[in-house]
Design a protein around this ligand. Structure first.
Ligand code: G6P
Length: 481
């Protein structure tokens, strides 16, 4: 039995099936996972995650009770849930990624979407089953009075389900995304919206990355549930139970990042990139190809900058690394195509024999991304909405001289804004102006701003972020049942 448990959709490892049927294990990716994997092993935490692929499902089935660590894998304590593929796809793609993600990032093209009908009700049923599978596994694994940390929008219902089974536990939920204001959140069918909020309120502690998202969640609880909300005390009272709300701005482990970025594979990517771009100034962006990352407007802003500043022709290169993500969703495939189209237009308009104004790369290559960070003169982070955005934090740590152009809609803007050039992500002229300002920023100012950015970015590394939430659970007093 375990006294600290973490639950998240994606786990720290994934499996592929080789041609001969053997399983190969790979370390998982993504911000949430890399943040957590560094710390869970050292804290003796049991991690519960879903099997995401056929390979994962085979590995989970073969391991006794789904415990991969009991099957001889070096994963730390890890239980992988063998959720039926169809249930998983409806919960993950249709509900979590196409609905809850869209709502909280304000991504809908509302004249056309969403429309919720009988199909959605079936999908919602699968989301419930998937959340229920987590609640059951956590209830089985948790020690009396254990602390359970449930992560993100995939698992909004788990806290209430788990509390119903195990009132002795102390439960935290953490949202790694923004939260929508009530008038947008209520695009969801009323009973679904209530179920999501009440699901999270099953936790003793609801955590967010920024004050804005915590406030929006509290506003939704007041408007949609009629809960008693105290913004100053950060408490929500609903049906006799109190949930505390906390803001924990996840940061970066600067030393570990620098160490990784100093390895030979990164150095050789730097040499290759230098050969490609010469001594031109570099504007760098690194993202998942994700609708909320606003890559197309970023490219349009670069085009507008080139149009307004011919003196920079031949002297600057934009490195845009947009690695693939969520290609099961048609919106993401279409978005990737528009990013590529837009990049092609810039090439057609501005490229010359000896100058490539834009290098777009759509393959995932972590050491190459680290190399790009180290070489950046300007880092562009312009999401239309983002829970935090760790690129904005990692970049300044690795680049000795990059100026940061940062969207005011990223959670990171609350901490980094005073030292960045803050832009409205919908305003490409504003963004183009900021790119120019960043390129011509005097050396002394760059260095001064960077120092502040690094201090803010490393203020709450993953280990302390996790501890802060465990502390918040400890301070709650006796469990309320
Ligand atoms: C980003 C978000 C997290 C989310 C994750 C899911 O990292 O910030 O909130 O959990 O994406 O990504 P995935 O690739 O697992 O769908």
């Amino acid at each position: 039995m375990n006294s600290v448990l973490v639950a998240s959709n994606r786990g720290p490892v994934s499996f592929t099936v080789d041609d001969d049927g053997a399983l190969t294990m790979k370390r998982g990716g993504g911000g949430l996972v890399s943040g957590l994997s560094g710390v869970t092993k050292d804290h003796g935490v049991l991690w519960v995650c879903a099997a995401l692929s056929d390979g994962d499902r085979i590995a989970a089935r073969q391991a006794p009770g789904g415990r991969l660590d009991h099957a001889g894998y070096d994963t730390g304590a890890l239980r992988m849930l063998d959720i039926p593929a169809a249930t998983f796809h409806r919960a993950y793609n249709a509900v979590a990624n196409s609905t809850l993600w869209f709502v909280n990032h304000l991504l809908y093209d509302t004249p056309n979407a969403p429309s919720f009908g009988s199909r959605f009700l079936r999908e919602w049923e699968s989301y419930r089953d998937y959340n229920g599978a987590f609640a059951l596994a956590l209830a089985e694994e948790a020690h009396h009075g254990a602390r359970v940390m449930v992560q993100d929008y995939h698992l909004t219902l788990t806290p209430a389900m788990l509390r119903a089974e195990r009132p002795d536990l102390r439960i935290a939920h953490f949202s790694h995304t923004p939260w929508a204001p009530p008038e947008y959140f209520s695009l969801l069918p009323d009973d679904v919206a209530r179920e999501v909020l009440e699901g999270i309120l099953g936790a003793d502690h609801a955590g967010f990355l920024a004050t804005r998202w915590a406030d929006a969640f509290m506003d939704c609880c007041r408007a949609l549930l009629g809960a008693r909300v105290d913004h100053a005390a950060r408490t929500i009272i609903h049906e006799g139970r109190t949930t505390r709300v906390g803001v924990h701005g996840l940061g970066v482990d600067g030393d570990a990042l620098c160490e990784r970025a100093g390895e030979p594979d990164v150095e050789s990517h730097m040499a290759a990139l230098r050969d490609q771009v010469g001594d031109r100034a570099l504007i760098v962006r690194i993202d998942r190809t994700e609708l909320s990352k606003n890559i197309v407007r970023g490219l349009l802003a670069y085009r507008e900058f080139l149009a307004a500043h011919p003196e920079w022709h031949g002297r600057v290169v934009h490195l845009a690394f947009a690695y693939p993500s969520r290609h099961d969703l048609p919106e993401y495939r279409e978005y990737t195509a528009s990013v590529q189209r837009c990049a092609q237009e810039i090439e057609d308009e501005y490229a010359t024999e000896d100058w490539d104004p834009l290098i777009l790369n759509v393959n995932d290559d972590y050491p190459r991304s680290l190399a790009a960070y180290r070489m950046a003169d300007v880092l562009l982070v312009n999401p239309i909405r983002d829970g935090m955005n760790l690129v904005a934090k990692e970049g300044p740590i690795l680049s000795p001289r990059a100026a940061l152009v940062l969207s005011r809609e990223a959670g990171a803007a609350a901490e980094l804004g005073p030292h960045a050039l803050v832009v409205n992500p919908y305003d490409i002229s504003d963004t183009a102006g900021a790119l120019h300002e960043a390129l011509v920023m005097p050396e002394e100012e760059r260095v001064r701003r960077r120092r502040e950015l690094v201090a803010a970015a490393t203020a709450l590394p993953p280990e302390r972020w996790l501890e802060a939430q465990l502390d918040a659970l400890d301070k709650l007093g006796p469990t309320q049942g």
